[in-house]
Write a protein that binds this ligand. Structure first.
Ligand SMILES: [Zn+2]
Length: 258
């Protein structure tokens, strides 16, 4: 089968005899692993087309079991991402997170569009890169149908008024009464003793709700304060690890300050 589709290069690894394996997030087929003879290094447009962060148009062939990239054309290279170390860390984290989130060969056009939009916004941004990255992460998880419950207590369904907590294991916010009941049962930790339920500021809760309601583009000028950023990174990291099994990424420097 021959196919042509747009794609974003998530990863590239060398295999034998100059051949490379490219993990491509395609618009039409979702994430695929494809072999190619296109040289991955050197000058010119072809090597660029199979490098991470490139958005391109790919000519693919599917054999009995494996995909092969026959031709590749760069649409956008997002080369400015590498100009700033902090920007690069953020973008690398997003690529790796997306790679872990996607199963093989399941089209995810909404996430594809979000990822492209994220890189477009990051390319032009000069500071506070993490602010956009946390919005991306919340929105990506939401597209995947795995967003935390933020409107009502994940345990009893009531709307918290005076106190609110975030329950990692519970998958969302927890009201004061439910938290007190769990405390009495000493059920606030996992088997390793990690605290999985902690107080949440109503302001931070509102920020998360806003992330899920509005399109990514609306956050073009968002610059979150450090304490808010840290709280949001913690929530998204723990939620993704517990509910989606995404953790231990190579590019976790993004979360280093947490
Ligand atoms: Zn409750």
């Amino acid at each position: 089968m021959d196919a042509y589709t747009d794609g974003i290069v998530l990863k590239q690894t060398k295999i034998l005899n100059g051949r490379r394996m490219v993990t491509l997030f395609t618009r039409d087929y979702g994430k695929i692993g494809a072999g190619t003879n296109i040289a991955g290094t050197g000058r010119g447009k072809s090597p660029l087309a199979v490098r991470p962060f490139t958005f391109g148009h790919y000519g693919l062939k599917k054999g009995r079991s494996a995909w092969h990239i026959n031709g590749a054309e760069v649409s956008r290279s997002f080369y400015r991402i590498a100009e700033d170390a902090d920007k690069f860390i953020n973008c690398s984290y997003v690529l790796e997170f997306t790679e872990k989130l996607l199963p093989e060969e399941l089209p995810a056009p909404e996430l594809f569009a979000l990822t492209l939009e994220y890189f477009d916004m990051m390319e032009h941004r000069r500071k506070k890169f993490d602010s956009i990255t946390v919005v991306f992460l919340f929105k990506a998880i939401d597209i995947w149908g795995a967003a935390p419950e933020l409107e009502k207590c994940a345990l009893c369904g009531s709307i918290p008024v005076e106190r609110v907590y975030f329950g990692v294991r519970d998958g969302g916010i927890v009201c004061g009464a439910c938290r007190d009941a769990l405390r009495d049962a000493e059920n606030l930790h996992d088997s390793r003793g990690d605290r999985l339920l902690y107080p949440l500021d109503f302001g931070i809760l509102n920020v998360m709700c806003y992330f899920l309601e509005r399109p990514l583009r609306d956050f073009e000028h968002l610059a979150l304060d450090e304490p808010v950023l840290l709280a949001l990174k913690r929530i998204v990291k723990e939620h993704a690890a517990w509910h989606l099994g995404i953790g231990g990424l190579n590019s976790e420097e993004f979360l280093a300050a947490f």
